[in-house]
Design a protein around this ligand. Sequence first.
Ligand code: ZN
Length: 280
Amino acid sequence: MIDHEKKKNGAGALLAAGILAAAIAGALIPAGMTGGAPSAAENTEQAAAENERDSTLGERIKKDGEYISDVLEPAGREGYTSKELLLINPWHLLPEDYEAELEDVEYGHRMDACAAEHLRDMLADCREAGYSPLICSSYRDRSKQEVLFQSDVRKFMYRGYSEEEAVRETAQNVAVPGSSEHEAGLAADIVYVGHQVLDESQEQNDTQQWLMEHCMEYGFILRYPRDKQDITGITYEPWHYRYVGEDAAREIMSRGICLEEYLGVIDKDSPALPLQAEED
Ligand SMILES: [Zn+2]
């Protein structure tokens, strides 16, 4: 197996874990809170407003069988509501009940149906051109990720760490559930078969250079470029390809921007966040 473990920055991971906890609890901060103890009438009104907001959010997340996040409707990008453009990063977690429509790609690797065929085509053409790409990670089951994460948290707590400390320590090595594009079946890690190490040296081989140059033709982008770490929150990964559809991929790759910039969703807090690794 490939060494897939990478160190994350603890503070960034902790924040992501906090976001995760909030997401799991379904915690939506009520808007327009006023000072002082609310009256019974205000409580009822607030509860009604929260219910309305919850159902609106639910509709936005799942519409016509397609999952849509509210982050897909940023200013200037109202039309971009397809699954391919779902934004998943440390600040925008995948909905907990998200289910990818899985399809086989090769050697047991699966991707969402919207991306699988395009990935097969890209790999076939890359091999046809004389190179040797190998998928080393594709769809990753969320429940496995959660079991893995919680199991490590318990190990730390058994050793005397507080729950908060245990989560922070765990998040240094295990991706916070919900923050990985692999859980949506929209991303694949592809390496040169003769060099399966996941570090920056991956960019130096001919297979990877072919993929970087041609991925947009198949609707894929190199998701975590070197110069966009402050925006994506993820360190440079010259092996992680994300399916976004051909139009978006061509614009993103040819302009040298990242998905957050394309969608117009740059989290104002993100530049201040320490970087973390996306994988496992
Ligand atoms: Zn990846």
